[in-house]
Design a protein around this ligand. Structure first.
Ligand code: SAM
Length: 380
């Protein structure tokens, strides 16, 4: 492992275009005393609080608590030059003795680019920009856990934001936090890819033969991914699931809305997956019916919370609180293959706290109440 860790006074967070205010609001809680610096669509920088020198593990915690951060790195600022050679000289002047295990070069704003295409094209672009020659010891592309990574975030033709991070979790090994796999041609929807990214980035482990239900299953990409992991799957959706998925052994569709499924039919699922194009509070109510159904065996939840407007992300902590009330520990991330939404993966770690009539019931409904009031909160 390369132990050289140059410092930088700034943090740079890359996010989906439009989520910059969410990053800033959550950073104020994650790292009190940090101040917002330069920002543009898809990028926000923060000056570290005076005297604070966070470790890579601290930075992992900050990035995870931001939820909408694709990547976060210790930043030196921008280097500008009109040609590649000049830019590399400037880079070397900033990092005189630095050796890196991996180099990540990625654009600030993905626009219509697919995450996997950016990652696939990266070695060619990095070589063309002279990075392969400048850092011959480094891997151009996906890093290994423990690698010291040079981040070059390109912001137009003549400008890079530069810095470094220590790779650890899967998404920190991917250039720009971008999921590196394309959507295979035989999958019926992009939801296959989203679930694939969620499984990999959160380290979800299924056991063959487990039962899953998906609330909002049509056309069926996510069910297809679950079936490929050996699960028995019930897809719940009034809209029809693609015949390719419907024909896979182990799949059943219940053609109805989630709230119309009788409670007694909901108790046999170990996994609850939800991807409905409805408000997050309604999604939570539908998941709550499954995980609190009498005799429920639910041990894991993979939920997509659609955020129609980023200002609604103010409700995120209340929504995550609802998972805790059910006895689950939630982790959340805005996936690089997802839209304006947040993926929550939650595993059961404690007893349910919202049994009817008890103090726990009050806590459970409090979570929904808080989520509702967050929904009414005016835009910042
Ligand atoms: C984004 S699509 C789901 C994509 C799907 N997960 C896949 O893998 O292809 C949203 C789906 O939610 C369904 N939906 C919306 N409200 C629902 C509800 N109350 N109960 C069940 N499904 C619902 C819609 O019919 C729609 O098919």
């Amino acid at each position: 492992m390369n132990d050289f860790e140059p410092r930088g006074e700034y943090l740079l967070v890359a996010c989906q275009a439009g989520a910059e205010d969410v990053v800033a609001a959550r950073m104020a809680q994650a790292l009190p005393g940090s101040t917002r610096g330069a920002w543009r669509r898809g990028v926000v920088t923060f000056r570290l609080p005076p005297g604070v020198d966070p470790s890579p593990a601290d930075l992992d915690r900050v990035r995870d608590s931001l939820v909408v951060a694709r990547t976060l790195f210790r930043c030196y600022g921008q280097i500008r030059w009109e040609d590649d050679a000049g830019r590399l000289t400037a880079l070397r002047e900033r990092l005189p003795a630095a050796r890196f295990d991996a180099v990540h070069l990625y654009p600030r704003d993905l626009r219509a680019l697919a995450a996997a295409d950016v990652v696939a094209d990266m070695p060619r672009l990095a070589t063309a920009a002279g990075l392969a020659a400048a850092f011959p010891e480094a891997t151009l592309g996906i890093a290994r856990p423990g690698d010291l990574v040079l981040d070059c975030l390109s912001d137009g033709d003549d400008r890079w934001w530069i810095g470094w991070h220590r790779a650890q979790a899967p998404s920190t090994c991917w250039p720009g936090g971008l999921h590196p796999r394309p959507l295979p041609g035989d999958k019926v929807s992009r939801a296959w890819l989203k679930l694939d990214e969620a499984i990999e980035s959160f380290g979800v482990e299924f056991s063959a033969g487990q039962h899953a239900c998906e609330l909002g299953a049509s056309p069926g990409g996510a069910c297809q991914r679950l079936l490929e992991s050996g699960l028995e799957v019930v897809g719940i959706d009034p809209a029809l699931v693609d015949p390719v998925v419907a024909a896979i052994p182990g799949f059943t569709q219940w053609r109805m809305r989630a709230r119309d499924v009788p409670l007694r039919d909901l108790r046999g699922f170990e996994w609850v997956v939800a991807d409905m194009n409805i408000d997050p509070t309604s999604t939570l109510e539908a998941i709550g019916r499954v995980v609190t159904a009498p005799g429920s065996r639910a041990g894991g939840i993979i939920a997509t919370l659609k955020i129609p407007d980023w200002s609604r992300a103010a409700g995120l902590d209340a929504w995550l609180g609802q998972f805790r009330c059910w006895g689950f520990t939630p982790r959340a991330r805005q996936l690089s293959t997802g839209g304006r939404e947040v993926c929550v993966v939650a595993l059961r770690t404690g007893p349910r706290r919202n049994r009817p009539g008890g103090q726990a019931a009050a806590q459970g409904s409090e979570g929904v109440r808080r989520a509702r009031s967050a929904r009414r909160r005016p835009d910042r």
